[in-house]
Each structure stands twice: as structure tokens, then as C-alpha cells.
Design a binder for this molecule. Structure first.
Ligand SMILES: Nc1nc2c(ncn2[C@@H]2O[C@H](COP(=O)(O)OP(=O)(O)OP(=O)(O)O)[C@@H](O)[C@H]2O)c(=O)[nH]1
Length: 357
């Protein structure tokens, strides 16, 4: 329940986009109905002029509701307006002008009213489509006495286009928003927000894949555990915020020194784990030494903060479980710390061989 409340307390991007889209649509409809009002009045079709007065009022009220962020209410008002309007126009002019197609447009837009249960919204949509079908039964024989009846095929064509546009536009936009939401969620599930490195949970999936791939291709893997030296002292001396900035800069250095195929993870507070793919021990040692030196000589936080890191390297034979490789790298890191920090230690090949037995 707590999660639900949290979710709905966030501003919903889809709702905001919907509100913006409906505003654009509403202004366009307001302008169109204002023109039609004048047009039908000029043509002496008083019934339709009066219907358009109602439409202008409905769209104006709807725009006001949209500005008050009452999107569902506005949407329902628009649906009623379009239904009444379509029925009146078809009853007066017949079916040749294509005003009945607006029922299709709102039948799909009503599904965007998230306050309605899906079943109810679907039933309403179906009712609108049934109304569309009924209009043909009821008004197919209405005599077309309209002043500009020769333009009926063109008006029909324009109406079909106008009816299609809101659907294409709205569904296209909502598709984009939901794609970008999905991407953001995937990012949030995979990335540590402070350091921008992979988080531990997601990294395990990547590491599993790398392991399986290495077994198939007989590539070598290295696992490196890295830990900032005396990080507690940095926090205590300069404050937690500076500590966070150090973590960000260290992570950025790690990213500069890793390749696209490598896996760089924020493993714990000030602890990082790297998996170098297709990298033998000598190359791994050279690359990690270069990273260690770069960190030790970097001016952290634009000051000369004394930041160094210790590293433990283990060659990972992919036949070994990952946790064994991590243990070997962790032991090597412990050795680096014990030998005075700011250094790189590789797990002894005997230890690796022993683990393989
Ligand atoms: N600023 C900041 N500090 C953190 C974060 N996560 C963990 N820490 C701190 O990191 C420190 C880790 O300290 P220790 O595990 O004692 O190790 P250390 O001081 O780095 O000493 P050695 O590892 O022995 O060199 C603790 O004080 C934690 O509070 C974080 O996200 N931000």
C-alpha cells in the first residue's frame, strides 16, 4: 500500500503529456467549431449553428478544466460533445459528410481516461462504435439538401483525415512517453544513482552472461576488488558531501579506464568491483596500475585531497563460481591494505589453482 501511495504521489508524465495534448486538441476544436458556427449561420442551417454554439461552450469549459488539471472531466465533456454533435449533424445532413467518424476518434480517446475502470471504458468505447453503426441505419436516407452538397465528397475526405489525426498523434506521443518511462525504469533498476556505475544486483546478471560467454569462447576474465583508502577519514574530515563527490570522481576515473565490454560496479559504500573481459593477468595488472596511479595523482574536488585506492586482482577461470573469484580478489585487496594501501596485489596463482581443484 505504501508503494502505491508513493507511486501516485509522483507527477505522472503520461498524465502531463495527455493534458498538453488535449489542450492542443481542444484549442483546435474550439477554433473549428467557431468557424462552423459562422458557416452554418451563413448557410441558414440554424439547427447546426445552434449545435456549434453548444460545442464552442463545451470546448471552452473543457479548456478551463484542462488548466485546472481536471483532465478526466474534460475528456468526458469532449466525448459527450462529440457524440451529440455527430448525431445531430448526421440527422441533419445525412451520412455523406463523414461526421460519424468522430465517434471512432473518441471511442479510442475515452480509453485514456485512467479514472475509469478498463472494462467500463471499453464498454463505453463499444457503445460509441455501436452508435456509429446505428447512425447508418437511422440516417442513411436523410435527404442531402445542404447548400454546398457538391462538396460532400471533399468534406467527407477532410473529416476522415481530421478524425484520424488525433488518434495517430495521441497514440504516437503516448508510445514515446511509455518507451522513455520504460527506459528510465530500466536505468533506475541497473544504475547506482550516485556513481552512475552498475549496481550490484544488475551487475550480477551481466557477470553471469559474461561468464557463460567466456566458457563458450574460452576468453580470460579478471575480477578486481577496489576500495578507497581511509574513506572514513575523508568523510570525517571534509564531510559526507565531499565524500560523495570523491565517490563520483573515483567512479568517473574507473569509467575512463574501462572498456565498453568491461563491467564496472559500485559493489558497496566505497567498494568497487570490476570484471575485465578477454583480459589476461599481465594486461589486467598494467591497466589497474594505470588506474591506481591516475587516482593517486588526481586533484580531487579541485583540492589536493589525499585520495588513494587499493586493488585486489584475481584471474577468473569461468569454470569457477563467481563468488570464489570475488573471494580471491577480496583476499588480494586485503593484502594491499595490509601492505600499506595505495597498491595493487594479484591473487597468487597457487590460490587460483587451489580453488580450481
Ligand atoms: N560519503 C559517503 N560515505 C559512504 C558512503 N557509503 C559508505 N560510506 C562511508 O565509507 C566509510 C567506509 O569506512 P571503512 O569501511 O571503515 O573503511 P576506510 O575508512 O575506507 O578504511 P580502509 O578501507 O581500511 O582503508 C564509512 O565511514 C561509511 O560511512 C556513501 O555513499 N557516501
Amino acid at each position: 500500500m505504501a508503494t502505491r501511495q508513493h507511486y501516485f504521489s509522483q507527477p505522472d508524465t503520461v498524465e502531463l503529456v495527455k493534458n498538453r495534448l488535449f489542450k492542443q486538441l481542444a484549442y483546435y476544436c474550439l477554433a473549428l467549431h467557431s468557424l462552423l458556427l459562422v458557416f452554418f449561420w451563413y448557410c441558414d442551417i440554424w439547427v447546426l449553428a445552434a449545435v456549434n454554439v453548444g460545442s464552442v461552450i463545451a470546448w471552452s469549459v473543457g479548456i478551463k478544466l484542462l488548466y485546472m488539471h481536471q483532465t478526466p472531466l474534460a475528456l468526458r465533456l469532449f466525448c459527450i460533445e462529440v457524440t451529440v454533435h455527430s448525431v445531430f449533424v448526421c440527422a441533419t445532413l445525412g451520412m455523406d459528410y463523414g461526421f460519424q467518424y468522430y465517434l471512432w476518434t473518441i471511442a479510442s480517446l475515452i480509453l485514456l481516461d485512467y479514472q475509469l475502470k478498463l472494462k467500463f471504458a471499453s464498454a463505453l468505447a463499444l457503445l460509441l462504435i455501436l452508435t456509429f453503426a446505428m447512425l447508418f441505419e437511422l440516417f442513411n436516407t436523410v435527404q442531402n439538401t445542404f447548400l454546398f452538397s457538391e462538396f460532400a465528397p471533399y468534406i467527407h475526405f477532410i473529416n476522415v483525415l481530421i478524425c484520424a489525426l488525433p488518434n495517430i498523434y495521441t497514440i504516437g506521443h503516448i508510445r514515446e512517453v511509455s518507451f522513455s518511462n520504460r527506459y528510465q525504469l530500466a536505468q533506475m533498476a541497473a544504475i547506482d544513482p550516485l556513481t552512475n556505475l552498475f549496481n550490484r544486483r544488475y551487475a550480477k546478471e551481466l557477470i553471469n552472461n559474461a561468464q557463460e560467454n567466456s566458457i563458450e569462447t574460452s576468453q580470460q576474465l579478471s575480477v578486481i576488488m577496489a576500495d578507497i583508502d581511509h574513506f572514513k577519514t575523508i568523510n570525517d574530515k571534509y564531510g559526507h558531501e565531499i565524500g560523495d563527490e570523491v565517490l563520483i570522481e573515483v567512479a568517473s576515473k574507473i569509467q575512463q579506464h574501462t572498456l565498453h565490454s568491461d563491467i564496472a560496479v559500485r559493489w558497496g559504500g566505497e567498494e568497487f568491483l570490476l570484471v575485465l573481459v578477454n583480459c589476461d593477468l599481465t594486461t589486467t595488472q598494467a591497466r589497474i596500475e594505470s588506474l591506481r596511479r591516475d587516482i593517486a595523482t588526481h586533484a580531487f574536488n579541485d583540492q589536493r585531497l589525499p585520495v588513494t585506492m587499493s586493488f585486489g586482482i584475481a584471474q577468473w577461470h569461468p569454470a569457477l563460481p563467481f563468488r570464489v573469484a570475488v573471494k580471491l580478489a577480496d583476499d588480494a585487496l586485503y593484502m594491499s591494505k595490509a601492505r600499506g594501501r595505495n597498491r595493487t596485489t594479484s591473487a597468487h596463482s597457487d590460490a587460483v589453482q587451489h580453488s580450481l581443484q
